[in-house]
Write a protein of this length. Sequence first.
Length: 417
Amino acid sequence: MPTSRTLGAATAACAAVLLAVTGCSSNSGFDSSAPKQSSSGPQSLSVMIATSGDAETAAVKEATAAWAQQTGNKVTVQLASDINQQLGQAFAGNKPPDVFYVNSDQFANYAKGGSLYAYGDQISDASAFSSTLRDSFSYNGKLVCLPKDSSTLGLAINTTLWKQAGLTAADYPTTWDQLAKDAAKLTKGGVTGLVTTPDYQRLGALMKEAGGWITNSDQTTMTADSAANKQALDFVKSMMAKGSLKYASDVDAGWGGEALGKKKAAMTIEGNWLSGAMKADFPSVDYTVVPLPAGPAGKGTLVFSNCWGVAAKSGHQKAAVDLVRYLTSAKQQLAFGDAFGVMPSRTDALASYAQKYPDAKAWVEGIDYAQRPVTIAGFNQVLTQFNTDLQSLRSTSPAQILGSLQRNGGQVLGNAR
């Protein structure tokens, strides 16, 4: 699930590895040559994933084993404790796994560094995948890897606390003004009206709803220090000043879902990964999910995904691409949805998912107007700093935070030209 990434020492530890991945790249970028196959016989593939828990691990192992039995190949699934660091080390050592999860914030680094085999042109039904997510995993105009699933943000509401405050379904907020009023009414005793994680992966949705975002649409110009973005952070800060909005850490919770489950939050901003977590950790807590209340510029949310990367240095590229086709089929994506709650990245499978899981309606519908993440080589450190700055929003002016984001991002864009 997307969470606040406190890199600290990990950032320093990964810096040399990242340089090894991206710093020695040629101008050719990713590898899009003919797929390599070590032999015509059975292939032995390694797959590296960053799992959300036992359910995801079991589902991926089951799916890869089914493909292996069907094709006569062998697959070994490796679980990464820090997939960005471990992939970086594998690329630098020229011993990468054949297939692996690629985070959107690292995708451009790997693509620019030549670490990824671009297989998108070999996928005959690529148009079945969300266009927004295809854009997220394209580099220099080419689809490099297929998005494995999708997630958006919604407003999750503890319905028990909602009713206790004298509110009904008719009161579910559809505007920022209503959100602020509801949060204030729900804040009492040990309950805070709205609790969220202090990162752009949540608060960025409000920037979008105000008509702003971090860059322009083609990610060539920084737009961070706009009046719209300032309006969004001013809104958050105003609720913080009234005590009706707090960060998860302020209520002794690791993230918004935990705060909701422990009844320390009446509302939280979270993605569809929440459903699996609530089922596993807080099965007795009743909640519902509605679209994020519209801002001055209308509705908005963010979309997240990883892609199935194939290594440029893999000797099993043909088999690896075939495995990815299997894992991203409509049938298999729906099976993953059943197993651990993720939404499909294919629009055809998403329609079936929506029918089967009506409680996910708000998340599913958000795909149509969601903002994709920033995917610029070297930009991940900019976003890490932005998240760090957002933690101090209560005592720091939005203009200062956004000005820093504008400068930091501008330096990365300038170096990319």
